[in-house]
Design a protein around this ligand. Structure first.
Ligand SMILES: [Mn+2]
Length: 321
């Protein structure tokens, strides 16, 4: 494992680099990759960022996001991976990465505890976001962080740290955020664009779903159903149901929250959230699904009433009632 200083020195030796970001990209992998790309360009190193798929619309407010390519446009001297614990994370770009790694030097900058140290040079440090690690590398390179770079890195910090609320946020995180703020990052703007900005149709679907929240077991379980008819009525798409399940948990008595999305008649995609007293991974596994203790998912068949009955029964077996 290398230090930020070593990685900075290594990167400065190359004339060109392709930066790999992980599949189903989030703000941290994109912010990490694009910020590093800007810093390398400042040093006269040709760099570009690649991602296997579509970039979520949410991040398009940052200019550089448009520059991300699905495949490299030149034969780079070195490959860099950001925010990726193993080569699988590159999705469809994995083969291309592995082929390149046979003859090119590879550098990985990551913050996941599960990182396999797959690259030739690895800077792996557990931080609340990988963007914190990128800040360290850029500072070691002696490159000034401009406003756009600061915004990209702040995007990564904000999204991966849950707005600086996760348990791995420490003084160092805030010192790095302060540094980026002084370099021109606009926390408020990023926060608005990522977390609080939505199309009107999504807002009206949300209001409708929340308006039909049902409570069970002395208000310890809350559930809501989004039907195909509701989607049609609001002109909304299935991805717009994201976030609905989290509302239930904001109710003080609620321990488990669920949202059911009607995929087709008689088939529901269920999202589950828990405050901690109930393991929703166990609830989901009753129906062949799974995930994490606090967040899980599964599919349930039947009519709307049957699906809610089966789900609430499964939840009741894990609730202290
Ligand atoms: Mn990350």
């Amino acid at each position: 494992v290398n230090t930020a200083k070593e990685i900075a020195e290594i990167l400065k030796k190359y004339k060109s680099a392709v930066i790999f970001t992980h599949a189903r990209p989030d703000g941290d992998t994109l912010g990490s990759g694009l910020a590093l790309s800007r810093a390398l360009s400042r040093l006269g190193i040709r760099a570009e960022v690649v991602n296997e798929g579509k970039i979520p619309q949410t991040f398009s407010f940052l200019e550089d996001v448009k520059k991300i390519r699905q495949t490299p446009s030149f034969d780079a001297e070195c490959f860099i991976a950001v925010d990726s614990s193993d080569e699988n994370r590159f999705g469809m770009l994995q083969e291309l990465y592995l082929a390149g790694a046979k003859k090119k030097p590879t550098v990985s900058i990551d913050h996941h505890v599960s990182n396999t140290r797959y690259a030739k040079y690895n800077f792996v440090r557990e931080r609340s976001s990988n963007s914190e690690n990128i800040v360290a590398v850029i500072r070691e390179m002696g490159v000034e962080i401009d406003k756009e770079t600061a915004n990209l890195l702040m995007l990564g910090m904000i999204t991966d740290s849950g707005n600086f609320t996760h348990s791995d946020v420490d003084g160092e995180t805030f010192r790095t955020a302060a540094y980026l703020t002084e370099a021109g990052a606009d926390c408020g703007e990023i926060n608005y664009r990522v977390f609080r900005c939505q199309p009107r149709v999504k807002a009206s679907l949300y209001a409708d779903a929340i308006g039909h929240l049902k409570y069970y077991f002395e208000d310890k379980f809350a559930a809501t159903v989004v039907t195909q008819a509701m989607l049609e009525r609001h002109g909304a798409t299935p991805d717009m149901t994201e976030g609905i399940v989290d509302f239930g948990l904001t109710v003080d008595t609620v321990e488990v929250s669920a949202s059911l999305l009607e995929i087709r008649e008689g088939q529901y995609k269920v999202s589950l959230r828990s405050k901690g007293s109930v393991n929703v991974n166990a609830v989901a596994s009753t129906f062949g699904g799974g995930g994490h203790i606090l967040a899980s998912g599964c599919m349930i068949g039947g009519s709307e009433e049957e699906a809610l009955d089966r789900l609430s029964f499964a939840v009741s077996r894990h609730l202290d009632i």
